[in-house]
Ligand binder design. Structure first.
Ligand code: RP5
Length: 161
């Protein structure tokens, strides 16, 4: 299975949140790889990795970081592939720090910023699948079925009030 998605996280501590994205990509049977690389702690290794993987088939990056979350922006600076950012919830500022660090990119270097925390991780995987779905009709069909399942769950709800 070719690895079309690269998930990068700034720390091992981000894995708990990013498991949501990993589980979804597994469910859709889309190839991916996961790396821990930090914009601040391993800047050279990060740049080298980002510049090397599109040649191996990576079509989209998902980057998760918390606090002064430079990761997604730095990845976007080193590639022309789409970059999706996931702001990790933090203890001090509840992830607002991560959100603003990821969303407030300067003109010319966009990052698609998701919601803070687990919802953002899940949505990052879905958004990555939507990007891949532009070229791969089978992914599109699975996404449509995923949406129908979500709708069916809502429709089944019977409130006892
Ligand atoms: C960020 O700092 C990481 O993405 C993580 O969310 C946060 C804290 O990292 P650790 O101190 O837990 O390694 O770079």
């Amino acid at each position: 299975m070719k690895k079309a998605v690269s998930i990068i996280m700034g720390s091992q501590s981000d894995l708990e949140t990013m498991q949501e994205a990993i589980d979804l990509l597994k469910k859709f049977k889309v190839g991916f790889e996961v790396k821990v690389l930090s914009a601040h702690r391993t800047p050279r290794e990060l740049a080298k990795y980002v510049e090397s993987v599109p040649k191996k088939g990576v079509k989209v990056f998902i980057c998760a970081a918390g606090g002064a979350a430079a990761l997604a922006g730095v990845v976007a600076a080193h590639t022309t592939e789409p970059v999706i950012g996931v702001p990790i919830e933090t203890k001090s500022l509840k992830g607002l720090d991560s959100l603003l660090s990821i969303v407030q990119m300067p003109a010319g270097i966009p990052v698609a910023c998701m919601a803070i925390g687990r919802a953002g991780a899940k949505n990052a995987a879905i958004f990555a699948l939507e990007i891949l779905g532009i070229r791969d009709a089978s992914i599109n069909l699975k996404l449509a079925s995923h949406k129908r399942t979500m709708a069916a769950k809502i429709k089944r709800i019977k409130l006892k009030i």
